[in-house]
Design a protein around this ligand. Structure first.
Ligand SMILES: *Cc1c(COP(=O)(O)O)cnc(C)c1O
Length: 324
């Protein structure tokens, strides 16, 4: 396919590479969402992944594909939190140096989580773009290897292993609902499921404010968007004006992108807790949110990806204590 540089074979290679380093997460039936949708809904429990989010898959695949010389320099990345955590954990497993740069919009619990994994943390500026400038500076100065949280073939292939797993667990799946930010997760999943079963619909969901991939697809090219604080903090940030991989993959492989409001995201977190007994972060709740809000039509057997659990617990407590 035009402009697509990750192949289905890359996904199987990634699966072999990261085997033993990541968890195979369960797929669970959801009676409550099945009733609401009027057709079968299952939840992919990726928030039970080590480090609490799927980012570990891509980070591990990218690190294990480095040369010895690159491993000696160490890795550096910018992150809204979960990629930093995955990268730090994977670097610790591989015994290499790791630096994580982030903006001060990132919640404190995520910063602490990354430090606890032995990485150096640098907090700079108000946006992902500011964090990226710091990454570029350190790469220039020290020759460390920069790993992008989504726009990197090994990262996309690593995230795609989640899609392979899903196809093994539910070969009859007909629609997959995926949280969307930079698009590494949805690109990998869409490639996996559509290579095996081309008619499966892949639907991305993101927050209304600062939906970088949505605006870029609409504009026909990567565009910059303003960043806003959101309950879905892990979906913040741009897709990069010189995006090389995920923009083309989303354009070619994703069937629809749906937007949800802050109130709808809160309802998703609330429902996951009270009805499914699952603690998930805002960014992971957008799939449930869009179903509850009636924003996607039932399209047969539907899998919803729960992508992470790294929420600030006092915030989680406030959300689930509301009567919605
Ligand atoms: C990073 C992240 C996403 C979005 O992944 P992209 O590859 O950037 O689209 C979704 N959910 C959670 C919990 C994340 O950490």
């Amino acid at each position: 396919m035009d402009g697509i540089h990750v192949s289905p074979v890359d996904l199987y290679r990634a699966k072999k590479t990261i085997h033993g380093f990541v968890r195979r997460t369960p797929l669970a039936a959801s009676p409550s969402l099945t009733e609401i949708a009027g057709s079968e809904v299952r939840l992919k429990m990726e928030h039970h992944q080590i480090t609490g989010a799927f980012k570990l898959r891509g980070a591990t695949n990218a690190i294990l594909n480095l040369s010895d010389a690159q491993m000696q320099k160490g890795v550096i990345g910018m992150s809204t939190g979960n990629f930093g955590r995955g990268l730090a954990y994977a670097a610790q497993q591989a015994g290499i140096r790791c630096v994580i740069c982030m903006s001060n919009l990132v919640p404190k619990n995520k910063v602490e989580g990354i430090k606890a994994l032995g990485a150096e943390v640098r907090i700079v500026g108000q946006s992902q773009d500011d964090a990226q400038l710091e990454v570029d500076r350190v790469v220039e100065e020290q020759g460390m290897v920069a790993l992008d949280p989504f726009d990197h073939p090994d990262v996309i292939a690593g995230q795609g292993t989640l899609g392979l797993e899903l196809m093994e667990q539910w070969p009859q799946v007909e629609a997959v609902v995926v949280p969307l930010s930079g698009g590494g997760l949805i690109s990998g999943i869409a490639l996996a499921v559509k290579s095996i079963s081309p008619t499966v619909r892949v639907i991305g969901v993101t927050m209304e404010k600062g939906a970088a991939m949505y605006e870029s697809i609409k504009a026909g090219k990567p565009v910059q968007v303003k960043e806003y604080p959101s309950l879905a903090d892990s979906l913040g940030g741009g897709i990069g004006l010189s995006n090389q991989y995920t923009f083309n993959m989303v354009k070619a492989l994703v069937d629809d992108i749906v937007l949800v409001s802050e109130a709808e995201i809160a309802q998703g977190v609330h429902h996951a807790y009270w009805r499914e007994k699952q603690i998930i972060e805002g960014g992971a709740a957008v799939g449930i949110a869009t179903l509850l809000a009636g924003k996607i039509q039932s399209s047969g057997n539907m899998a919803i990806i729960l992508s992470g659990c790294n929420i600030d617990m006092p915030l989680h407590h406030r959300i689930i204590s509301e009567n919605n």
